[in-house]
Design a protein around this ligand. Structure first.
Ligand code: ADP
Length: 483
């Protein structure tokens, strides 16, 4: 398998179908978070290389926009098959650079393939409209056209699937792309280049540059050839990209931070709620934007829930993602561990009780114990700040109104979850929560068929669902007169 993995581990950028180094020859080291050892390097590209990638994408667009939807659908189907044919090798590469367990990495690669297949299908359904005309001698037609060259910037927590949600709808719509993966996890991003080559996606349609986030980001946002920026990452960087894109009025799609609440009412199925809580909290060691940040549990069921969650958390197997049976890999880096420690210290200084974990794992490095904190209070930092780690603060509440108010008391609005067996309450709470996605008696809800995205400062636009291609298409109204 290692041989296959190394086939995908490209230590170069893909520009106009060529694998190239940075102009300066400078590189960035890529570290395996489970060992702290260097895996390899990638080019440290800047503005000049990004500009060349954009120009290549623009040349490719002139031809690619004329391909039929069926042709692009076929290319995406081939890409889907190639991903699944190489699922093990791609998953291993993902685990080596990112840290998550092999099981989760295989799941992520499978999810990438599923998004590609979804958009292979949606490519053929980018329908326009024929609108009843108010004039007897004119007809009204509405068509949809690819926006042009898009710029995509993705984070390290899902280095494969976050690109799937951007590259696949771009190709489906007939756009071309310049992509910048996160510097911590560039190989899963560059692997998309190897896969695109393998299935015959024309040169220049997908270009991939690694390197200085600031320089590459500035060129993508300021270059007038780029018509759309799609970004997944922090709200802080997202705001910066929106502001920079304003100078050329680009379309923007933003998948930003979350502060997911997970509400458990007295009438919930407790075991189901704990099972959902484990998935919603500990997936990717808590490093996802839809991971639960705050548990709100009603007073009558509070002690039982905390005890069961603590017990289940203590049972999670922590270790290097490549080892059999491991459920929790390391955090991405030392900074992430320090952030988690800071949040726990803040909580305990304000009366929080650690009932599971609470400190670094004996394996050392960036491994951290799955942690549950009881008696959480709204004054604690994780009421407002994203934890991005395996820490579960549990707040107690009395009434439904109080739970909804606490859950909504944040500038974020990505995913939320709640558990109840009362149908009326399910509808009241679902309608009361100001979030883009709601899991009712479910802790894991992401799927290509459904629109993923947030409201408030969690972002703009949707990825997946039939909505997922919309941001890659411009609407054109054509009035045909003189009939
Ligand atoms: P995270 O906290 O997940 O690392 P970031 O928002 O910092 O989130 O990073 C997400 C992506 O945005 C990464 O690819 C990163 O390199 C990139 N990025 C970070 N800063 C900038 C910037 N100033 N301009 C453009 N991209 C950036």
């Amino acid at each position: 398998m290692l041989q296959k993995t190394s086939h995908f581990m490209r230590q170069a950028n893909l520009i106009d179908g060529e694998w190239v180094q940075a102009d300066s020859g400078a590189t960035i080291d890529v570290i395996n978070p489970a060992t702290g050892l260097k895996l390899g390097t990638v080019p440290k590209a800047g503005r000049a290389e990004t500009r060349r990638a954009i120009e290549a994408a623009d040349r490719a667009f002139q031809t690619f926009k004329k391909t039929s939807a069926l042709e692009r659908s076929k290319l995406l189907r081939k890409l889907h098959d190639a991903i699944l044919d190489n699922q093990d090798a791609l998953a291993e590469l993902l685990t080596l650079e990112q840290g998550k367990s092999l099981t989760e990495a295989k799941g992520e690669v499978g999810s990438s393939a599923a998004y590609v297949l979804w958009f292979a299908e949606e490519a053929r359904r980018a329908y326009g409209d024929v609108v009843p005309s108010p004039w007897a001698d004119r007809r009204i037609m509405v068509t949809r056209e690819p926006v042009g060259v898009i710029g995509a910037i993705t984070p390290w927590n899902f280095p494969s699937s976050m690109l799937a949600r951007k590259i696949a709808p771009a190709i489906a719509a007939g756009c071309t792309a310049v992509v910048k993966p996160a510097s911590q996890t560039p190989y899963s991003g560059l692997a998309w280049g190897a896969l695109c080559e393998e299935v015959g996606i024309p040169n220049g349609v997908v270009n991939i540059v690694t390197g200085s986030a600031g320089e590459i980001g500035d060129e993508l946002c300021e270059n007038p050839i780029i018509k759309k920026i799609t970004f997944t990452g922090s709200t802080e960087v997202g705001k910066l990209l929106i502001a920079k894109s304003a100078s050329t009025v680009k379309k923007v799609s933003m998948e930003l931070g979350g502060n997911a609440p997970f509400i458990v009412f007295d009438d919930a199925d407790l075991d189901r709620a704990v099972e959902g809580a484990m998935m919603a909290k500990y997936r990717n060691s808590g490093q996802t934007c839809v991971c639960t940040n705050r548990f709100f549990v009603q007073a009558g069921i509070y002690d039982q829930f905390v005890a069961k969650l603590a017990e289940a958390s203590n049972q999670l197997k922590v270790g290097p993602g490549v080892e059999d049976g491991v459920q929790q890999g390391p955090l991405i880096d030392e900074r992430a561990v320090e952030k988690v420690e800071e949040l726990i210290a803040d909580a305990t200084s304000k009366g929080g009780k650690v009932v599971a974990g609470g400190s670094r794992h004996e394996l050392g490095g960036s491994f951290f114990q799955p942690t549950v904190i009881a008696d959480a209070q709204p004054s604690m930092k994780f009421m407002k700040e994203e934890i991005f780690g395996p820490v579960a603060p549990v707040f107690k509440f009395e009434t439904e109104e109080e739970a909804v108010a606490l859950a909504n008391d944040t500038e974020f609005g990505l995913a939320c979850y709640f558990y109840t067996s009362d149908l009326g309450r399910a509808f009241r709470v679902m309608e009361g929560l100001k979030y883009g996605m709601v899991g009712v008696n479910e802790g894991l809800i992401t799927t290509p068929e459904a629109p993923f995205g947030g409201v408030k400062e969690s972002g703009l636009g949707r990825e997946g669902g039939h909505q997922g291609i919309d941001d890659y298409l411009d609407t054109k109204y054509v009035c045909i007169g003189g009939l």
